[in-house]
Design a protein around this ligand. Sequence first.
Ligand SMILES: [Zn+2]
Length: 437
Amino acid sequence: MLQMELELQSNEDYAEACMDSSKLPSLSVVNHLLNNEFRKIYGSRRESDIDREVEKYISSYNQQPFCKAAFSKVKNSLAIAVVTPIMKRSIDLLSNVQEMIMLDASGHMDRLNHRVYFFISPGVAGGIPIGCIITNAEETNIFREGVKLLCECFPEKCCLLQNGPLIVMTDDDLKEREVLSEIWPNSTYLLCQFHVLKAVWRWLMNSENKILKEHHQELYFSFKSLMYAETEMQLKELLQNMLENSTVRKYDKFIIYLSKLFSKKHLWCTCHRKMLLTRGNNTTNYVESLFKVLKETILGRVKAFSLVQLLDFIVTKFEKYLHSRYLDFSFGRSNKKLVKRFLPDDKGIIQNIRSLNKDNTYFEIDQHFVDLESSICTCFVGMNGKLCKHLSAVILKQNKQSTFVYSLESRKLMYEVATGKKLDSNSTLLLPLSFNS
Ligand SMILES: [Zn+2]
């Protein structure tokens, strides 16, 4: 990079300039400087010094107000848990944390390839991180230790330490589900539909399974139709058709694989999610997109110098990113495409609304029933709590400031999550309702 910039700047003098090591230092000099400078800030990067450096960093981090991190090392297993001030306020203030938590892990962020787990609650302002765990290996016991530490970092008496969330969504990693069901035994566990489809596609592509290339798509799409079946009856019919299909019958191995997947259909099939308050979230893509931000924006596509630097970037730079993202949301500067699904819209049915109780919380509209308090409708789209056209019309008619939709109330709430301060309803900061398109 430096060499290219030097060539662009120096024109004909480039040959002479590149001989000058003050302008173009060698790689070993750059490496030496980087190690020296970063060692002053983040301490030693030697594996044998990691525990001491992390402990030192966490004890100084915990001195700051509302900052909570914990560290444990048992034999060779290392686990760190962090709940930053913004994450703490998200748990305290946002009701969607009680409804759903998503979890996913990623690696390749530092030289020793530690695993980073993010716990995220989906809401109107996107994926809201509520906790982070870092471990040095992908093992059940280490993850269990991380979860134990995270519970110590959660605010006292919060909903996550009492009943836990209604729904927990993960990818098909048994280790995570097993451990989480120990602390949240009453939650409903679901699989991310995107990860299930990805696993099926990978299985079909695996040469060991000997599926002919021309049949990959057909088998994949027939499984996909099972996933999106709207009723149990439809699911049975689709499965029957699939098993009678001549292409499917060619592959006994695929039928065995399918029966294994089918034995846990309650974890991935849409028709089994009908009465669950998913609010339309069927994948853990919010977590994936936050990992993208962490790797590309925060770490600049470069591996962290050490575990301490990775931890430091999460609690400082990533925290700043959340701060500005939530403020953008509360000041009406969000991208319209991102908030469109939470934006109430009158589809010309507002005149059909009939109130069914004195308190104006229960309504009938085009043969569907809307409960305004819990933001649920009886139609297929709205039965999971997703904003359907009926709920949308009722919210507009009642001028209800729900926190489940893009409204003044949800914007004020995200301001409080970002800053820890309440925003007055008359504040001029709330006036603009324009979007970046
Ligand atoms: Zn509806």
